[in-house]
Design a binder for this molecule. Structure first.
Ligand code: DP6
Length: 331
């Protein structure tokens, strides 16, 4: 029996991915950029085991057996086995003696709510691909395979600040993730997650972005402006310019949600509490005359806040003042 356990982090996009040009290969209509979170609070943990006694590939997610025939899971398994076969034939790398005919059992758990807009699929697929690769003794560029599990998963293959370059090739071989700066680059940067609702989102990202691609004129416009925004964002991160980083992040989140509203029928991920948080952040920043707090929202109502360490305590007090814990189901 061969067995490997890995963990993978969540990433939160500051330039959003929304829309595919190829559904099968998961190729996006624009590049995107994210910050990878530390694994001390949010992570996926995956154990993969292979044995000649296993009759079938099987998977358990958060303790419950799921259908292994899910097309994206099948793609990841197939692509990893293909890569292992290729490396073995070419004699490259240090791929181990595990037979490619051995079936695998996969066990994956998230320590945060699945499908609540907290990038669970990103961490999950990144972890699965990495664990399978380790099991086969594979190293090197794996984000191309993780991307085929879930687009945003390719960015969770690296720490720090990561871009997913959309690429231009039809086979998707240049649609990969790349680290821009390591996690040590901006040590005072912190992320707060304001959990507005832990319920499953009404429309998943995959289906939502399909409808947006079909119906939203604003999404077409977005493909024109994202390249410039990507350059500005990379530059702001390199220079640790929080003001520009923050403005671009909030504008991109707002434009993504505007695109959702421009989709027909409209997709509404933000709720009243999310909107209160947006207003609160803007009031807070204008009080200090600078961008101290930054919000971004994915496909759900939960706010992700980027903030520097020196402002965390004060902002948390402000949040507690406007959203008192005792009225929030907490003591
Ligand atoms: C709003 O990566 O979940 O979080 O590729 O269909 O699996 P699929 O979609 P997914 O979409 C993430 C969308 C987003 C923005 C982002 O993370 O860039």
């Amino acid at each position: 029996m061969w067995m490997v356990t890995c963990t993978a982090p969540v990433n939160i996009a500051v330039i959003k991915y929304w829309g595919k040009r190829d559904e099968e290969l998961i190729l996006p209509i624009n590049s995107s950029l994210s910050v990878t979170l530390h694994q001390d609070q949010l992570k996926s943990t995956t154990t993969v085991a292979a044995s000649q006694d296993f009759k079938d590939d099987r998977i358990w997610l958060n303790g419950k057996e799921e259908n292994i025939n899910h097309p994206r899971l099948q793609t990841c398994l197939r692509e990893i086995r293909r890569l292992a076969r290729k490396r073995r034939t070419s004699g490259d790398g240090n791929s181990n003696t595990l037979s490619l005919h051995h079936k695998v059992h996969i066990c994956s758990v998230n320590n945060f709510p699945t499908a609540a807009g907290l990038a669970s699929s990103a961490a999950g697929y990144a972890c699965l691909v990495y664990a399978l690769a380790k099991l086969h003794g594979l190293e090197g560029e794996l984000s191309e395979i993780a991307r085929q599990g879930s687009g945003s998963a390719c960015r969770s293959m690296y720490g720090g600040f990561v871009q997913w370059m959309m690429g231009t090739k039809e086979d998707g071989s240049d649609s990969i993730a790349q680290q821009i700066e390591p996690e040590t680059h901006w040590p005072e940067l912190r992320v707060l997650i304001l959990v507005v609702s832990a319920e499953q989102k009404p429309i998943g990202s995959t289906a939502g972005m399909q409808t947006s691609v079909k119906t939203s004129p604003l999404l077409k416009y977005r493909t024109e402006i994202v390249p410039k925004r990507m350059k500005e964002m990379i530059d702001a991160i390199t220079r640790q310019d929080f003001e520009t980083f923050g403005q671009l992040t909030m504008k991109d989140s707002n434009q993504f949600h505007a695109t959702c509203l421009d989709t027909f029928p409209p997709i509404i991920y933000l709720n009243d509490i999310s909107k209160h948080i947006i207003n609160l952040v803007h009031r807070y920043n204008s009080h200090f005359g600078e961008t101290r707090v930054v919000y971004t929202f994915d496909a759900g109502p939960n706010a992700v806040i980027y903030i520097r360490e020196q402002h965390v305590d004060q902002f948390v007090e402000v949040v507690k003042h406007y959203f008192p814990p005792e009225e929030n189901g907490e003591q």
